[in-house]
Design a protein around this ligand. Structure first.
Ligand code: M6R
Length: 614
């Protein structure tokens, strides 16, 4: 959701904050703002509706001096994206400025109390209420800003990562978190705060991950101090980051999404590295091995995730049931957390999240842990909240994914689930050694096979021109290809804004087939698998109603050439590995359609990369 960044030190804060905002812009891009304390002790706030570059341009004639500042890029929750709702927000006296990522749920009650006391508001946001509430406590209790922040946050219900500066104390940044991410960077006599490490890595690789209900005090002199809301001082745990700055750049591609699609041969290799041995006859996942009793005794596996990660979970269901013979259920985290699910201590929960910060998945994990279940995380972002709040897990190791549409993280999540199924299946003796080794050997070939699909990029771009007219798309597949149909549809809708739905092919005749006419493109994943013949019958049903079929087929499939209007060929592989290949042309197709329609591919409207509010 929103991105927050702060700096205190000897350098000019403004360029560091602006660069930081650019790096965090993938989190939200409705509006942006910055607050700086100038050497003359002015607290200057500048904001702009829209992208960070607009803020940057609008500040050209402004006083942007100062060695201390905070900045924000917004994904609107309360109040439309406009100048007054943009962060930072001043307190009534304009002595304090605050930025916030999260939602203050009881802001209406607090706002009413403040209005009764004579406070006035410039915005519709919950954030402005918080900064006013802090000032109100500070003045009515005659206390300092730190104590006021502590007291205010105790009264707040909701989620927050905040940073506050006070022009009466221009040598401090006070920051705090609860259920929204916050990282502190430790440089030489300078400190940074941010929603994730991407704005910090350029200056230091030493970070502190702030925990829930902790407040961090950064000052010009001295080391960061961490205290809890109840005033207990904690020793900061410093972590060394391994993040490559180059991976945060586009590397010559026009969009991060295209770069990330093209990275997949390498990212999948990275994900397998150190896990599958060179002879492809053994696999070691330490997260499984160290807790193998849990998987041997598991009564059931529950997979919890949202969006694309949920689609990876559906593929996980097929493969875990096939090779481990353990019942698997896949749930949206947001539904799971608000019903009253039946959970057993011998349940194993797999939580999947690229960002590792998705609020609903975090809450679902807490629920499962309370019921005594063992929770295994599959995350991409190292040190993220989910990776730190699970009992064990595996990282996907694909490097930063910046494009809002998830691509390389998805294929690596599927790969981790495949490796998990093989590792658990072997421990449980539910997979034969022959099949185990066959799949491992085939996995080794997947990166090269993806490269061969990527070579068709130009052909897919040409094909995409045919489809830019469409207002609706149907995607269909069976078995392992059914979740791919849903993922292909999600990729298209989120970046091109074309309505698209993914269905199990056999379901078409139970309703959706009514939508078919000669204007409806139907994308069919029709590779050689157990239900190949059945899929052909489903395609015939579409053709009989004049639907236009684009089929994803294995090489030299003459049967389907006769039925489909257009085809994209992909190499043959083991059935359970098919999703790793069939999703690639669908990612490219969505990308090219979106570009042809002039969409903002990396930052599509209304979306944000990391969904830290529920
Ligand atoms: O970071 P997470 O994997 O937990 O995110 C879950 C979804 O928000 C995410 O997959 C979303 O659906 C993407 N925009 C899909 O491309």
């Amino acid at each position: 959701m929103c991105g927050i960044v702060g700096y205190i030190g000897k350098q000019n804060a403004f360029p560091i904050l602006i660069k930081g905002l650019h790096r965090l812009e993938y989190r939200g891009y409705d509006s942006a703002g910055v607050a700086l304390i100038s050497p003359e002790n002015q607290l200057n706030i500048y904001k702009a509706k829209g992208r960070v570059s607009k803020l940057e341009n609008s500040c050209k004639s402004k006083d942007v001096s100062g060695h201390i500042g905070i900045a924000h890029t917004r994904w609107a929750t309360h109040g439309e994206p406009n100048h007054s709702n943009a962060h930072p927000h001043y307190s009534q006296s304009e002595n304090l400025a605050l930025i916030h990522n999260g939602i203050i749920e009881n802001y209406v009650v607090l706002k009413e109390k403040l209005i009764q006391k004579g406070y006035t508001f410039q915005s519709e946001t919950d954030t402005e209420v918080l900064v006013q509430w802090i000032e109100y406590i500070k003045e009515s209790n005659k206390t300092d800003t730190l104590a006021a922040v502590q007291l205010a946050l105790k009264q707040v219900i909701g989620a927050y990562a905040i940073a506050v500066i006070d022009k009466q104390h221009p040598d401090h940044i006070i920051a705090a978190r609860k259920s929204s991410p916050l990282v502190v960077g430790i440089g030489e006599n300078e400190f940074f705060i941010a929603s994730d490490a991407s704005p910090i890595i350029e200056y230091t690789n030493k970070v502190i991950y702030v925990e829930d209900e902790e407040i961090v005090i950064l000052s010009q002199s001295g080391q960061p101090k961490i205290i809890s809301l109840s005033n207990v001082e904690k020793t900061p745990q410093i972590t060394q980051l391994e993040m490559d700055l180059q991976k945060l750049e586009k590397g010559g591609y026009p969009h991060f999404m295209l770069k990330e699609i093209f990275e997949q041969p390498r990212t999948l290799r990275d994900c397998m590295r150190g896990r599958i041995n060179v002879d492809c006859n053994n696999l070691a996942l330490s997260g499984i091995f160290n807790h193998k009793e849990k998987f041997l005794k598991a009564r059931r596996i529950l997979i919890l995730a949202c969006g694309t990660s949920w689609h990876a979970g559906l593929i996980g269901e097929y493969i875990l049931e096939e090779f481990c013979r353990i019942p698997v259920e896949v749930e949206y985290s947001s539904e799971f957390r608000y019903r009253n699910p039946v959970l057993y201590p011998d349940d194993v929960v797999i939580a999947i999240s690229q960002s590792g910060e998705t609020a609903d998945t975090l809450a679902a994990i807490e629920l499962a842990k309370k019921a005594g279940a063992f929770v295994y995380g599959i995350c991409n972002v190292v040190g993220s909240s989910i990776s730190r709040n699970t009992h064990s897990g595996s990282y996907t190791h694909v490097g930063p994914e910046i494009g809002v549409a998830s691509t390389k993280a998805f294929t690596a999540q599927v790969l981790v689930l495949i490796m998990m199924a093989l590792a658990i299946g072997k421990e449980r003796n539910s997979i034969s050694q022959k099949q185990y080794e066959q799949i491992l050997s085939e996995l080794d070939l997947i990166p090269e096979k993806i490269k061969s699909i990527l070579k068709q990029n130009q052909a897919i771009e040409d094909l995409s021109k045919i489809f830019t007219y469409a207002h609706n798309f149907i995607y269909m597949g069976r078995g392992y290809s059914y979740p791919i149909a849903m993922e292909g549809a999600l990729k298209l809708k989120e970046i091109s804004y074309i309505h698209a739905e993914g269905y199990p092919a056999a379901e078409m005749k139970h309703g959706p087939i009514a939508l078919i006419d000669n204007e409806m493109p139907v994308v069919v994943i029709a590779t050689h698998d157990a239900t190949y013949e059945k899929t052909i019958s489903n395609m015939q049903e579409i053709k009989a109603r004049n639907g236009r079929i684009l089929a994803i087929v294995n090489k030299s499939d003459d049967n389907i050439k006769k039925i489909a209007d257009y085809i994209i060929e992909i190499p043959q592989t083991e059935e359970c590995l098919g999703p790793l290949l069939s999703i690639i042309p669908l990612q490219l197709l969505s990308y090219h359609i979106a570009v042809k329609k002039g969409r903002d591919v990396d930052m599509p409207r209304n979306l944000a990369k990391s969904v830290t509010v529920e």
